[in-house]
Design a protein around this ligand. Structure first.
Ligand code: HEC
Length: 166
């Protein structure tokens, strides 16, 4: 009995401490691969990974009017690149790193009806954040999603805003 209480405690603490963003609110969009639009691909700013960017219909349609609507979801698939013998990423003729393994799936979701439980400090405006592994399970990490995205208020908190509108 005592062991199971300790175990439960440990499980809840680890989900709390290590989950990037708030996956209890921003759930994994199971169907993104089949129903979202692939709007961009680029090597990541860290120069160590390459990413595919997907957006759902609401996002792609509403950005034409200048503002992303409620229900917009944006997904970044992060891939490890192929490495050469020196351990450097191998790029194709287009400059993009050649993809190896899918390492993570980062999700941003915009809603105005999150409810009081979802602290405004864990969001940028109405955008919530969460990161998942390649199978769509919660990925343990301690990234502060809000800190990097917050300054991009004019771009809807999206680094790839300009590509989404194209
Ligand atoms: C160190 C700064 C930083 C942190 C922390 C960060 N991001 Fe980002 N994020 C970026 C950058 C830069 C991009 C653009 C792609 C790239 O170069 O990595 C990006 C792109 C994205 C995108 C694609 C939409 C867009 O903005 O272009 C999503 C979705 C995303 N991040 C989710 C997350 C989630 C979820 C977390 C927390 C688990 C997180 N980010 C933490 C810097 C950050």
């Amino acid at each position: 009995m005592r062991n199971s209480i300790v175990l439960l405690f440990l499980i809840s603490v680890s989900v709390f401490v290590y989950a990037g963003g708030t996956p209890d609110f921003v759930t994994f969009p199971e169907d993104y691969k089949s129903s979202y639009i692939l709007y961009h691909t680029q090597n990541r700013a860290n120069n160590k990974q390459v990413a595919d960017f997907y957006a759902n219909k609401q996002a792609v349609e509403s950005i034409k009017n200048g503002e992303l609507a409620d229900g917009s979801v944006v997904v970044m698939e992060v891939y490890k690149p192929e490495l050469d013998e020196a351990g450097k990423p191998v790029a194709g003729v287009d400059g993009l790193f050649k993809k190896s393994k899918l390492a993570a799936i980062a999700v941003m979701e915009k809603r105005s009806n999150w409810g009081d439980q979802f602290s405004a400090e864990d969001r940028t405006g109405n955008w919530g954040y969460a990161i998942y592994d390649a199978k769509g399970s919660i990925k343990e990490n301690n990234l502060d999603c809000v800190s990097c995205h917050k300054p991009l208020e004019k771009e809807e908190f999206l680094f790839t805003f300009e590509y989404l509108g194209k």
